[in-house]
Design a protein around this ligand. Structure first.
Ligand SMILES: CC(C)[C@H](C(=O)O)[C@@H](O)C(=O)O
Ligand code: SF4
Length: 424
């Protein structure tokens, strides 16, 4: 019987010829990532268990992105603890406060190896499935087991296949596609499933747009999101590895022709409109026009979902075309990484955001989690290009967050209320 992409990667990583959904496998880990919030717990668990040496200091990536620069004594202490760990263990790939969000930095630096298993102590690790890796978020204590042994057990998930066809209309982005899918499937509709995205629409998407899709697989409960590698993927990965001296041979794994999917969803996007996830659940998805006119206080353009160059480009284009942002709305722009920031600077994008009165921050998780800055106060309404809108996600329990694409976020910034970018 044929295997899906997820099954083939897990079979390879566990040295088996074949695996089926439900099998328990012990898989070799190619890359293991912790950040400033989850790393300390992993390190403390290792200490508690008396483990002196990590399995492979070249396969671990430590990165600071959630609270950078340190925004509290507690964050500073976490940073100190992790820097010490990195030194003691000789961890080769350590990215201090300057690089940006882990899920952007990892692929940029060539740490995402197609066809392998990547784990991160962060729920949006599924993002890296955009490169044809089996990538999933795990807890800090599970990560301690990975740091010690280089392996982790998995139950092989069933795969849901989303066959996406049609051409996206102007101002409709991959974020709208994934919001639409989550609205249909529900926030727990794909629990522990591998969510594979394919079809002509995905083929035509940039790598950045694909990452937006896989990033949000967890928001429908998915164990991972996956996209089969193609020429674009291979080029991206090779360039990234070459640029940063992280070259490794890798195998492009594709699903078997006769792979068995638990369910195939046909998603036709020709007529898809800009979509919005309304408070307080990611699957509370509507067309933007249904809630147009809702007053807002803040717009956040950034995060591991939509803080990449193409996102900043479309946002500034819309803001510029319409003469700037509304006076009474705060707009926070956070490029997802230093590389994105530098390119946006070269293109004059950052200067323009400043010119129009947006606040551009250092690459970080920024306002996404309500932990660093850009925190919403009681009664405030935020529009964000990030991936979660649970009650209190961006600050006060009495605030509200709407999730949108960068094009819609920019339209909202221009009008100071929820606006479909086609209606400006
Ligand atoms: C802080 C971290 C554990 C958390 C996660 O795992 O998702 C964060 O990144 C988030 O998006 O809520
Ligand atoms: S940008 Fe947001 S969703 Fe992504 S890792 Fe940071 S806090 Fe989590």
């Amino acid at each position: 019987m044929g295997m899906t992409l997820a099954e083939k990667i897990l079979a390879k990583a566990s040295g088996k010829k074949e695996v089926s959904p439900g099998d328990i496998v012990m898989a070799k880990i190619e890359t293991a990532m912790v950040h400033d919030i989850t790393g300390p717990l992993t390190v403390n668990t290792l200490k508690k268990e008396g483990i002196k040496k990590v399995w492979d200091p070249e396969k671990i990536v430590v990165l600071f992105d959630h609270q950078v620069p340190a925004d509290s004594i507690n964050a500073a202490e976490n940073h100190i603890l992790m820097r010490k760990f990195v030194k003691e263990q000789g961890i080769k790939y350590f990215y201090d406060i300057r690089e940006g969000v882990c899920h952007q930095v990892l692929p940029e630096k060539g740490h995402v190896v197609p066809g392998t298993v990547l784990v991160g102590a962060d729920s949006h690790t599924c993002t890296h499935g955009a490169f044809g890796a089996f990538a999933t978020g795990i807890g800090s204590t599970d990560m301690a087991a990975v740091f010690a042994t280089g392996e982790l057990w998995f139950k092989v998930p069933e795969t849901l296949y989303f066959n996406i066809t049609g051409e996206l209309k102007p101002y409709v982005m991959s974020k709208d596609v994934i919001l639409h899918i989550i609205g249909e499937v529900g926030a727990d509709g794909a629990t522990y499933k591998a969510c594979q995205f394919g079809g002509e629409t995905v083929k035509n998407m940039s790598i950045a747009s694909r990452m937006t899709m896989t990033n949000m697989a967890i928001e429908m409960g998915g164990k991972t999101g996956l996209i089969e590698p193609d020429e674009k993927t291979i080029q991206y990965v090779k360039n990234a590895m070459k640029k940063h001296g992280t070259e490794k041979p890798f195998e492009v794994i594709k699903a078997d022709e006769d792979a068995e999917y638990e369910e195939v969803f046909e998603v036709e996007v020709n007529d898809l409109e800009p979509m919005i996830a309304c408070p307080h659940n990611v699957d509370n998805v509507k067309a933007v026009r249904e809630v147009a006119g809702t007053p807002i206080d803040q717009v956040f353009i950034g995060s591991c979902t939509n803080g990449r160059l193409e996102d900043l480009r479309i946002a500034i284009k819309i803001i510029e075309e319409h003469g700037g942002i509304a006076d009474d709305v705060r707009v926070i722009v956070t490029p997802a990484s230093r590389e994105v920031m530098l390119k946006a600077m070269e293109e004059g994008i950052i200067q323009k955001f400043y010119k129009y009165g947006c606040v551009v921050t250092n690459p970080s998780c920024s306002a996404c989690m309500g932990a660093l800055y850009g925190i919403l106060g009681p009664g405030e309404v935020g529009v964000a290009t990030s991936n979660r809108n649970f009650r209190g996600r961006e600050g006060s329990l009495d605030s509200e967050v709407y999730l949108v694409s960068p094009a819609t976020a920019a339209a909202c910034a221009v009008k100071g209320e929820i606006t479909d970018p086609r209606d400006l």
